[in-house]
Design a protein around this ligand. Sequence first.
Ligand SMILES: Nc1ncnc2c1ncn2[C@@H]1O[C@H](COP(=O)(O)OP(=O)(O)OP(=O)(O)O)[C@@H](O)[C@H]1O
Ligand SMILES: [Mg+2]
Length: 237
Amino acid sequence: MAEDRGFPLLRLQDLSHYYGDSRTLWDITLQLDVGDCLCLLGRNGVGKTSLARCILGLESTSGGRIDLCGEDITRLGVEQRVRRGIGYVPQGREIFPRLTVEENLLLPLTERRGNGIPEIVHELFPVLHQMRRRLGGDLSGGQQQQLAIGRALVLEPRLLVLDEPTEGIQPNVVGDISRAIRLLNERHGITVLLIEQKLGFVRHTARRFAIMDKGRVVADGAIEALDDDLVQRHLTV
Ligand SMILES: Nc1ncnc2c1ncn2[C@@H]1O[C@H](COP(=O)(O)OP(=O)(O)OP(=O)(O)O)[C@@H](O)[C@H]1O
Ligand SMILES: [Mg+2]
């Protein structure tokens, strides 16, 4: 595979993005190597979700380049990117409330005629098996988040992009989500791009960080280098 030839898993080079006349992203350059677990931090409205959507192809970039394992995917559609191994857990979860848990999980497979729900989904989140006949909308917020992560895993991605997976979730489930992400990364070798604002969770879960401010990446490094000064300058409201 391409990743064996030493290419980074994901490489963003000078990405820019606009909503109409309003510029959202400025020259975003960021690299994730195979096996990385990088957290993208930043205050509300700095462009984190927009960047995630550009990586998925849900938004088009107006300049720059995106490579996945050495392949230029900048012009590919969402479907083609997903097929190449990008999984996405959107902010706000976006599960289907009127479908059962099982139907939510099977949905991505109908497109691709896969082999059913991979074991790892129920291994990570046994509750999804116990509640498989319940409607997605009847689950708690934390369970819906587990469902959203489970759904992203069904197509067995090599890169998982998670957008604020702990937003509005009870503290006990936050721990479960951190453990699940670490397990996926460390044991299953899935590269992780985590967008988060909760610093405790980030320090516990990620190995590297990048901070965005007003549409630009302004700092990055090993998670240990995320000090009070950076937090004060770019993250404190
Ligand atoms: N569909 C849209 N049309 C126009 N402007 C948008 C749209 N979506 C987001 N924006 C604007 O783009 C900027 C970046 O938004 P984005 O959602 O990417 O930020 P974010 O860092 O994810 O914020 P949050 O932490 O609140 O989720 C904001 O100013 C936002 O108001
Ligand atoms: Mg966002």
